[in-house]
Write a protein that binds this ligand. Structure first.
Ligand SMILES: [Zn+2]
Ligand SMILES: [Zn+2]
Length: 121
């Protein structure tokens, strides 16, 4: 069982494992939404995903025809990414998990737009 919450604590969710894979996504949409070099996610089955608290605070932004990005409208924490084309899975953000995610991250996505400033030199 995975649990997560947003920065203000208004939203809490749970997700059942197993994590199918975890990834760092460097697509330009993730960079914009997270305000960071990547969006980091754990892919889990959507059947086991539930918002336990603050569902009224969760806003979904349609960043593409099929992509939906859930975030807290109070504090702005990014919570999940899902695709209407593959409703069986949902990607929860690694940074909102409590306790911290300690599994492997197997994938890097959209490395062609990985920002040049990301590695510490
Ligand atoms: Zn919040
Ligand atoms: Zn992305």
């Amino acid at each position: 069982m995975l649990r997560g919450s947003c920065l203000c604590g208004g939203v809490a969710y749970r997700a059942e494992g197993p994590v199918h894979h975890a990834s760092h996504c460097y697509c330009t949409m993730c960079q914009k939404q997270h305000g960071a070099g990547a969006g980091s996610y754990a892919n889990v089955g959507s059947a086991g995903f539930a918002i336990e608290r603050g569902a009224e605070l969760v806003v979904e932004y349609a960043s593409s025809g099929q992509g939906r990005r859930g975030f807290c409208r109070v504090c702005g924490s990014t919570l999940f990414w899902r695709s209407t084309a593959s409703p069986e899975s949902i990607a929860v953000t690694l940074g909102t998990l409590e306790p911290p995610y300690d599994g492997p991250v197997e994938r890097e996505l959209f490395t062609e737009t990985k920002p040049a400033w990301l590695p510490v030199k």
